[in-house]
Design a protein around this ligand. Sequence first.
Ligand SMILES: N[C@@H](CCC(=O)N[C@@H](CS)C(=O)NCC(=O)O)C(=O)O
Length: 204
Amino acid sequence: MLTFFHSPGSCSNGIALMLHEVGAEFDCHVVNVRKGDQKAPEYRALNPKGKVPAIRMADGGVLTEFPAIACWLAETHPDAGLWPGDALARARICEALDFMIGSVHMRAFTFVKMPQKFIDTDEGQAAIRAHGLAEVERGLAILSDTMGADDYLLGDFSVADAALFFLLCWAEEEGIAIPDNLAACLARIRARSACVAAAPLLRR
Ligand SMILES: N[C@@H](CCC(=O)N[C@@H](CS)C(=O)NCC(=O)O)C(=O)O
C-alpha cells in the first residue's frame, strides 16, 4: 500500500488526481503546509526536503518531486494507459512537466504566493509578486500555445495534465486570467471521474 503525503490545495492536488487516474490503492497522510506541518521533525525524517508531495512506497522507500511521482505512478499502473510506449511522447511529457514545475510553479507562482519568503519589506514583496504574476501569465501563454485546439495539454489526457490542473486552480484562486483553451481544459479535467473522486482530498 502507498502512503501519500499531501497538503490539500497545494501542488500535491495534482498527485491526488494522478492516484485516482491510475486507480492506485493508497492511504493519505495530511501534511498541512500552511500550518507548517512540513517542518515537523517526524516529517523531515521522512522527507528532508520538507515539501509535499511525497509517496512512501510498499517497500518503505520514499519518492519525492512531482514529476518523478507522477511519471512513476503512470508507469507502474500500465492499465491506466497513461505511460506512452513512444519515446518522443514520453519526452514531451517530461518537457511539459519540467516547464510547469521548474518554471511556472517554482519560478513564478512561488513569487506570487510567498513573496515573504524572499524579502521582508512591503515594497519588496509587492515587486516580487508582480514579477511572479508576469511570469505566470507568460507561462500560461506558452502552455496555451502548446495545447492549441486540443482537449488536453498534449492531445489526449496525460500525466502533464495533472500538473496543469493544480496550476490552473491556483491561477483561478489568484484571479489570474486563464486563456480560453486552458480554462476549457480545466473544466474537462474537473469533469473526469478521477477528479470527481479525488474532490474530498483537494479542498483546503
Ligand atoms: N519541486 C517540488 C516542489 C514541491 C513544493 O514546493 N511543494 C510545496 C507545496 S505546493 C511545499 O511543500 N511547500 C512547503 C515549504 O516550502 O515549506 C516538487 O515538484 O514536488
